[in-house]
Write a new protein. Structure first.
Length: 440
């Protein structure tokens, strides 16, 4: 098979004057070992050509004249033209697959000796190319040149679709997938595809359960470094996001987005059952339980179920007797903050709400409404078991225990249970009386 095709624009052959053989490898021209010894005539800057002798200066002028007649060597496989036979010889290895330069450390092979020499720096640890900006060292000059773009800000690779520029060709190729829609990276677990290998790697952690990033404060693990960094604000208390409307600071960007809806009035999440709208998807999800009747949160003490975790938490205080909210004026404690607020009005507010029948005053509208039922005789709270009616919801709740058998009040001395707190108090006197009698 013939690989070389020599072409010349003129039929004149190059003079054999001042010829010193050179060998080209890659981008380098090296002096051939075969021409280290020069003849005496060559040492005197003359070369004998048979009939006449020409000086080097004369041959140089002839070479300049004949540059347009330089031979080109064309590859018969792909049509590429090269300037020398040796360059063509090296180029042909692309088609033949020949890699004559093999690393004796790892067995990797190369088509050119230059590539082989650069590779050897990996094993020797030699990094001859140093960045004059930050002192970082590199094994290859090309790597240094690429690195320099960090300092210069150069982004030579531009997207012809949107004009965005990149420092690296690989980044441009990945970016182009946005325009082409190509997703070459496929998940081996669920067949989902991605445009970037990094996105695939992050996704696969869902299947593997890998969480390589650990919080050094609480030991919690995360799949991504960004999520860990966000989590750290729980411990540091950093609030990076500030509302430009009211100045409120928040720890998370999403929290700020949700908060801004207070100012804009935006309610993006709408119930398809009743049309009610909400600022957060979580609020809509909780609301939907009203329509479905689903009660996800159960009390372990009495098996009562609730729509929301917050309501269950408040309910548990019935069993634990916990009263975390204290009045700063009198020290009295309450199980919920709403009850505390109602109580504090007794200290700070004058009776603003007056009964039109007896002119008695109340600190809250709800207290007035309850009082007015005495005059009107209105009983709006009806028992679902026996149709008996009550003026107050608390009275109805207490009454319904007759039907349900619920006894939430337990004696701390003998484990006996009661449906009313007053019944428990009466019962407990038995134990206190017994103690007093035992002392005499």
């Amino acid at each position: 098979m013939v690989f070389v095709k020599e072409e010349s624009e003129e039929n004149t052959s190059e003079p054999e004057t001042c010829r010193i053989k050179h060998e080209e490898q890659g981008d380098f021209i090296k002096e051939s070992e075969g021409n280290k010894e020069l003849s005496e005539a060559e040492k005197k800057n003359h070369v004998k050509t048979g009939e006449k002798s020409l000086s080097c200066s004369q041959t140089k002028q002839n070479d300049l004249k004949k540059r347009g007649a330089k031979k080109s060597f064309t590859c018969s496989q792909c049509g590429k033209s090269l300037t020398s036979k040796y360059s063509l010889h090296v180029h042909m290895r692309i088609h033949t697959g020949e890699k004559p330069f093999t690393c004796d450390k790892c067995g990797k092979s190369f088509t050119q000796s230059f590539s082989f020499k650069v590779h050897m720096n990996i094993h020797t640890g030699e990094k001859p190319h140093t960045c004059d900006q930050c002192g970082k060292r590199f094994t290859r000059k090309e790597s240094l040149m690429t690195h320099m773009r960090i300092h210069t800000g150069e982004k030579p690779f531009t997207c012809n679709q949107c004009g965005k520029s990149f420092a690296h060709l690989a980044n441009l190729r990945v970016h182009m997938n946005i325009h082409t829609g190509e997703k070459p990276y496929k998940c081996s677990h669920c067949d989902k595809r991605f445009s970037q290998s990094t996105s695939l790697k992050k996704h696969e952690m869902i299947h593997t359960g890998e969480k390589p990033y650990t919080c050094d404060q609480c030991g919690k693990n995360f799949a991504r470094k960004g999520i860990l960094m966000t989590h750290m604000r729980v411990h540091t208390g950093d609030k990076l996001y500030t509302c430009d409307q009211c100045g409120k600071s928040l720890k998370f960007k999403y929290s700020l987005v949700v908060h801004m809806r207070v100012h804009t009035g935006e309610k993006s999440f709408t119930c398809d059952q009743c049309g009610k709208s909400f600022t957060q998807s979580a609020s809509l999800k909780k609301h939907m339980n009203i329509h479905t009747g689903e009660k996800l949160y159960s009390c372990e003490q009495c098996d009562k179920t609730f729509l929301r975790a917050s309501v269950l938490k408040k309910h548990l205080r019935v069993h634990t007797k916990e009263k975390p909210h204290s009045c700063y004026l009198c020290g009295k404690s309450f199980s919920s903050i709403s009850i505390l607020k109602e109580h504090q009005k007794m200290h700070t507010a004058v009776g603003e709400y007056t009964c039109s029948e007896c002119e008695k005053t109340f600190t809250t509208a709800s207290s007035l409404k309850l009082h007015e039922s005495i005059h009107t005789g209105e009983k709006t709270h009806k028992c679902s078991h026996c149709d008996k009616r009550f003026s107050r919801s608390t009275h109805l709740k207490t009454h319904e225990r007759i039907h349900t058998g619920e006894k939430p009040y337990k004696c701390s001395h003998c484990d006996k249970r009661f449906s009313h707190s007053s019944s428990l108090k009466t019962h407990e006197r038995i134990h206190t009386t017994e103690k007093l009698l035992s002392l005499h």
